[in-house]
Design a protein around this ligand. Structure first.
Ligand code: PMP
Ligand code: GLN
Length: 380
């Protein structure tokens, strides 16, 4: 294998690809990879159909189609009072994260990553030739440890360039508190760090409030805020994302993005603009539906004798299965026809949460009921 491919192969197949393949192979209920089993709002789907039929089928401008760019500016202003200098549309949040890290970090730089973390973060840091410095958040509350964060930054001896924040947080389902974000902000300002913030679950908050780091004093000028349409509007396959923030940070991201995919998804960009302009009540309805699913699966897990850690946001519940979670998940399809993910895969420190399993609850109530029944059968 050529050296670069060998290095990347060391990162392995994504856990989501693996788990969905396992679910398909075994016919199990897939509570592994997080994607809804229903479509997003019909007005959004219609907007995509109309754009397809309306001749919006050629390359988009590199920064994104004007209708979506304007909708993103309006969204940031109306929801959070933010006035970013620039906006860039990307192929999902994933491409924004990759382009930002590669555009903003040089080989030898270090990046603070709060673990557990979404799998693409460490891969993208590796693509940039940079090194992650992990700050571990531990169950049951996964609170940010300010001392651990300061030690990680200081341990970098000036090499730490950026902090990658994710709130609401995958896989823990936590929504960072204002105090935690202020701690991160203080460190960013003191050490002159860039804050790359992944907010794809911004509208899936059941308890508490989503606070974009860019809204904190001194942070708008050093934060690149990333989100996408997939989670908020149940269209994960569309892969329309964006970043916004200071012109220099967006420009660095755009420089990389233009050579990764240039610009595309034109009809879906138009539909994403329609999604962002939906009345707030529609966003609230989607969130309330999901809250009910969270509660349903939490109840089901508890009834099955597992100990769910009730998440404040996202698609995911972590539950303590009281035994080695990797083993437990490996045999789960054959034992009860369910696929779920051991939370340790999201950690560099494999001993931090050895008995936790991540379950996705973005499924129809009847699917959750069936899954809960199967899990209850395990302990029977
Ligand atoms: N960040 C986090 C934390 C995620 O869970 C996901 C999952 N899809 C992404 C980014 C990727 O978003 P997108 O599908 O828009 O690329
Ligand atoms: N964000 C989803 C999850 O954490 C999956 C994304 C992916 O498949 N890469 O389950």
């Amino acid at each position: 294998m050529p050296p670069a491919a060998a290095r990347l192969a060391g990162l392995g197949t994504t856990i989501f690809t693996e788990m969905t393949a396992l679910a398909v192979r075994t016919g199990a209920i897939n509570l592994g990879q997080g994607f809804p089993d229903t479509d997003g709002p019909s007005a959004v789907i219609e907007a995509a159909v109309n754009a397809l039929r309306g001749g919006e089928n050629q390359y988009a401008p590199l920064p994104g189609v004007p209708a979506l760019r304007e909708a993103i500016f309006a969204h940031q202003r109306d929801w959070y009072g933010l006035e970013p200098e620039d906006v860039l549309v990307t192929f999902g949040a994933t491409e924004a994260i990759a382009s930002a890290v590669m555009g903003l970090c040089d080989p030898g730089d270090e990046v603070i990553v709060f673990e557990p973390s979404y799998d693409s973060y460490t891969a993208c840091v590796a693509f940039a030739g940079a090194t992650p410095r992990f700050v571990t958040m531990r169950p049951p509350d996964f609170a940010l440890d300010p001392d651990a964060m300061r030690a990680a930054i200081e341990g970098g001896r000036g090499r730490v360039k950026a902090v990658l924040v994710n709130t609401p947080h995958n896989p823990t389902g936590r929504v960072f508190t204002r105090t935690e974000l202020e701690t991160i902000a203080d460190a960013c300002i003191e050490h002159d760090l860039i804050c790359i913030t992944d907010e794809v679950y911004e509208h899936l908050v059941f308890d508490g409030e989503h606070i974009p780091p860019a809204t904190l004093p001194g942070m708008a000028e050093r934060s690149l805020t990333i989100s996408s349409v997939g989670k908020s509007f149940s269209v994960t396959g569309w892969k329309i994302g964006w970043c916004s923030g200071p012109a220099a940070l967006v420009a660095a991201t755009r420089t990389v993005k233009q050579f990764l995919t240039f610009a595309g998804g034109t009809p879906l960009q138009h539909a994403a603009a329609a999604a962002l302009r939906l009345p707030r009540e529609e966003v609230d309805t989607l969130r309330d539906d999901l809250r009910a699913k969270r509660d349903q699966l939490c109840d089901g897990l508890a009834a099955a004798g597992l100990r769910p850690l009730v998440p404040a946001g996202t698609y995911f519940i972590n539950a303590d299965v009281g035994t080695d979670a990797t083993q437990w998940c490996a045999t789960l399809p054959e034992r009860c026809g369910i696929v779920a993910i051991p939370t340790s895969v999201f950690y560099d420190d494999k001993d931090a949460a050895p008995t936790l399993v991540r379950f996705a609850f973005c499924k129809r109530p009847e699917v959750i009921a069936e899954a809960a029944g199967r899990l209850a059968g395990l302990s029977a």
